[in-house]
Design a protein around this ligand. Structure first.
Ligand SMILES: Nc1ncnc2c1ncn2[C@@H]1O[C@H](COP(=O)(O)OP(=O)(O)OP(=O)(O)O)[C@@H](O)[C@H]1O
Ligand SMILES: [Mg+2]
Length: 230
């Protein structure tokens, strides 16, 4: 199916950065690649459209034309958890719409990377969680670990939750979001030993982050669609 869900250890740890790097990597191998971010908060008006920075970056890096409403049907201005915005707007997320949008995108692409919102346990609406969305889409997960103090706890809890749902973690990426992290190597080797799913790479801290440069640190040959996580 070649569609992956990108989740992370937290908000602001590099999900978009790694989603775009994976897209760039597969494009460099000659594939047609796109991305989705079904729900986005913190959007702003540009050329009359509500758009988020994450979605703009995904559109920019992809090599197929992406329709904003298709890849990001739910957009909210306030940078807050989406279930609060859905409640305030008296609206509800329609997972079938996201499934249908994905189905039509899959017809035009070889690979699709879908970025979640915040971390794995973030509720999307009053009734639906990120985990429910992954279940409904039935796609494997790639975990982005934002390498900073506390990331071991966040990474292990996230993996436990994913495994509890019997979802498939096909790889993880160590993203050096904090260039001053102490004992980086020791933290990294602990995670590498502990997590059975393959580490697809260590992305260094990059000034003016560029997904094409970051993609050189990711090894997609290690992706394992059927791996156990621990
Ligand atoms: N390896 C890196 N080196 C330097 N800067 C990075 C790196 N990874 C991400 N960043 C920067 O950190 C910030 C947060 O990254 P990003 O937007 O990808 O996080 P996110 O997890 O997608 O956040 P959100 O939860 O808001 O979607 C961005 O400014 C991004 O450019
Ligand atoms: Mg993001």
């Amino acid at each position: 199916m070649n569609t992956y869900f990108i989740t992370g250890t937290d908000t602001h740890i590099g999900k978009t950065a790694i989603t775009c790097s994976l897209i760039a990597k597969y494009i460099s191998k000659g594939f047609r690649v796109g991305g989705m971010k079904p729900i986005a908060a913190g959007c702003y008006i540009e050329d009359g459209y509500l758009i988020s920075d994450d979605v703009r970056k995904i559109i920019e890096v992809s090599n197929i034309d992406l329709n904003l409403d298709e890849i990001n049907p739910y957009r909210f201005k306030p940078p807050i958890a989406p279930h609060i915005s859905f409640k305030k707007n008296k609206s509800e997320i329609d997972i079938r719409l996201i499934q249908n949008n994905l189905l039509s995108l899959q017809k035009e692409t070889d690979y699709i990377f879908i970025e979640g919102v915040g971390g794995y346990a973030v509720p999307l609406s009053e009734t639906i969680s990120t985990a429910d969305l992954i279940d409904a889409l039935n796609i494997p997960v790639i975990l982005v670990v934002g390498m900073k103090l506390g990331c071991i706890n966040h990474a292990l809890l996230t993996i436990e939750s994913i495994m509890h749902r019997k979802q498939n973690i096909c790889g993880w990426v160590a993203n050096r979001i904090d260039q001053h992290m102490l004992a980086y190597e020791k933290n990294f080797s602990f995670l590498k030993e502990r997590i059975k799913a393959p580490c697809l790479g260590e992305v260094p801290y990059l000034n003016n982050f560029n997904p094409h440069i970051a993609s050189k640190f990711i090894d997609i040959s290690k992706l394992n669609d059927k791996g156990d996580a621990f």
